[in-house]
Design a protein around this ligand. Structure first.
Ligand SMILES: CC(C)(COP(=O)(O)OP(=O)(O)OC[C@H]1O[C@@H](n2cnc3c(N)ncnc32)[C@H](O)[C@@H]1OP(=O)(O)O)[C@@H](O)C(=O)NCCC(=O)NCCS
Length: 193
């Protein structure tokens, strides 16, 4: 299947659509065969709760239609990537979104849907890999994210990658912690430039 791809704005061209390899994971563009796992993960009440996302209740055929449409018509300023182990097992997703070139920032989202890979460093390697890619290939100056204030695993994962708390947010009855990593802080890290 040939997919029409949105062309990224000038400052983001480096985000590209290619495979990015970390030390434990490979990040690649989404493909149709991801649909079964994505449907299962989005229909999983525990995962939806941890992600503060609405539980998916649509039927699989309906979801498939929507999924196919999103592959054909990518949303501008949003880069969804699949997370694979180095031996090619699809274990989750990570997305760079709300990319604002004027403010020089973007938001990051991650979900390791396959629980057997939790607490084994795959989340941290995913975050580090996408952060390095963004700071090395774009002019963005800040990456931020939000996570539920009781999601300590996620906060620990992000802290390991250099993110620090920068605020709080209350939305739809949930309390979130905002965390950020600036280009300057990233460059000061041992692996930074
Ligand atoms: C959050 C998530 C991305 C983290 O990925 P991961 O691969 O499990 O994370 P890592 O192994 O890199 O790091 C997790 C850290 O949290 C620690 N941890 C686990 N449970 C914890 C808890 N209850 N309290 C504090 N720390 C905890 C782990 O020990 C590990 O730290 P360590 O390496 O110092 O031992 C992944 O677990 C996930 O997607 N979970 C489901 C959805 C979700 O929570 N999404 C986040 C939305 S913002």
């Amino acid at each position: 299947m040939r997919l029409r791809k949105a062309s990224p704005p000038a400052g983001l061209r480096g985000l590209g659509f290619k495979v990015i390899t970390g030390s434990k994971v490979r990040l690649r563009e989404k493909k149709l065969s991801d649909v079964r796992n994505d449907y299962a993960w989005q229909s999983d009440p525990e995962l939806a709760r941890l992600d503060a996302a609405p539980l998916l209740t649509a039927s699989f055929p309906f979801y498939l239609l929507d999924f196919t449409d999103q592959l054909r018509h990518p949303v501008p300023h949003r880069y969804p990537l699949a997370v694979e182990t180095l031996d090619g097992r699809f274990i989750g997703n990570c997305t760079c979104y709300d990319i604002d070139e004027k403010k020089g920032e973007a938001q990051l989202g991650i979900m390791i849907g396959d629980r057997t890979y939790w607490d084994r460093g795959y989340g941290a390697d995913t975050v580090t890999t996408i952060v390095n890619h963004v700071f090395m290939n774009t002019e963005l100056r800040r990456i931020y994210l939000k996570t539920l204030d009781w999601n300590l695993r996620a906060q620990r994962c992000f802290a390991k990658c250099g993110f620090t708390a920068c605020g709080q947010l209350r939305r739809n009855g949930d309390d979130f912690v905002l965390m950020e990593l600036t280009r300057e802080e990233w460059a000061r890290q041992p692996g930074g430039v």
